[in-house]
Design a binder for this molecule. Structure first.
Ligand code: ZN
Ligand code: ZN
Length: 230
C-alpha cells in the first residue's frame, strides 16, 4: 500500500477513542487503564495455568510452551481490532501494539535468546505485500523493546477461509498445513532458542498451534504465542 493511499485512509477514518470518543487516540490513556487483561490460559487446552504456560499434562512433541494474550477480546479492544482489519489501518495496529508494551516486556524478560516472527495472513503474491496486522504489531514490539524480528519467516502456502466464521474443528482443518518455513530464514531462525509468534487475536489458538507445529518440526526448540487480545 502506498504512502498516499494510507494517508487517504487515515483522512476518512478519524482518530477517536473507540470507548469514549475522545479525539487523538483510538484508545485513550484513560480507557486503556480500564481494559481487562486476558486470563493466563494454557495454549493447548485453554484452561488456566500460571503465566499462560502449557500444562505438563498438555505438552506435545510439536506443541507450544506457552502464550500471552495481553487484553481480553471484548469491548473497545475488540472494536478496535475489527476496525483495524476492516479499514486496513496501520495506525490502529501500531497503537494497539503500543498499549501492550508493558505486558510484552515483562513476558519477554522471562525468555532469553528470543526472536519475534509473525503469522502471515495471505499467500505471498509476487512482488506484492498487503496489509498484515501481525507484522505491524511485531515490528512495533521489536523496535520498542529491542527484540529481534525475522520478517517473512513463516509463509502461507495455501488460501484459507476466514477463521472467524468456523467452529473449532473446522478451524483446525482449515488452517492445517497452511504454513511453511521460508527457507531463506531457516538458518537465522535456528540461532534462537525461543521463537515468539505474534498475532493480533487468540481465539481457539488453532492458527498459532499450527504455526508452532511447523516451527518445531523444523528445529525450533521453544515456541511461544503473543497476541494483543485473547
Ligand atoms: Zn477513551
Ligand atoms: Zn493445558
Amino acid at each position: 500500500m502506498s504512502e498516499r493511499k494510507m494517508g487517504l485512509i487515515d483522512f476518512v477514518f478519524p482518530k477517536n477513542c473507540f470507548s469514549c470518543n475522545k479525539q487523538g487516540y483510538y484508545l485513550c490513556p484513560t480507557c486503556v487503564t480500564r481494559l481487562k487483561h486476558a486470563p493466563t490460559n494454557c495454549p493447548m487446552c485453554g484452561q488456566y495455568n500460571f503465566q499462560g504456560k502449557t500444562h505438563i499434562s498438555c505438552r506435545q512433541k510439536y506443541g507450544m510452551e506457552g502464550k500471552l494474550a495481553c487484553y481480553s477480546y471484548r469491548g473497545p479492544i475488540k472494536k478496535a481490532l475489527v476496525q483495524m482489519k476492516y479499514h486496513y489501518s496501520y495506525k490502529i495496529a501500531e497503537e494497539l501494539a503500543r498499549i501492550c508494551l508493558i505486558e510484552v516486556k515483562s513476558y519477554t524478560q522471562l525468555i532469553n535468546n528470543c526472536v519475534l516472527v509473525s503469522i502471515p495472513t495471505k499467500p505471498r503474491r509476487y512482488n506484492w505485500r498487503g496489509f498484515n496486522q501481525a507484522e505491524i504489531i511485531a515490528k512495533v514490539w521489536s523496535d520498542e523493546l529491542n527484540i529481534p524480528y525475522l520478517d517473512n519467516a513463516l509463509i502461507k502456502q495455501k488460501s484459507t477461509l476466514p477463521q472467524a466464521r468456523l467452529d473449532k474443528a473446522q478451524r483446525e482443518k482449515n488452517i492445517k498445513n497452511a504454513f511453511r518455513i521460508n527457507a531463506e530464514k531457516q538458518e537465522a531462525l535456528n540461532k534462537f532458542e525461543n521463537i515468539l509468534v505474534v498475532d493480533d487475536v487468540w481465539t481457539t489458538g488453532s492458527t498459532m498451534r499450527e504455526a508452532g507445529k511447523v516451527l518445531k518440526r523444523n528445529g525450533a526448540k521453544y515456541v511461544w504465542g503473543i497476541t494483543v487480545a485473547g
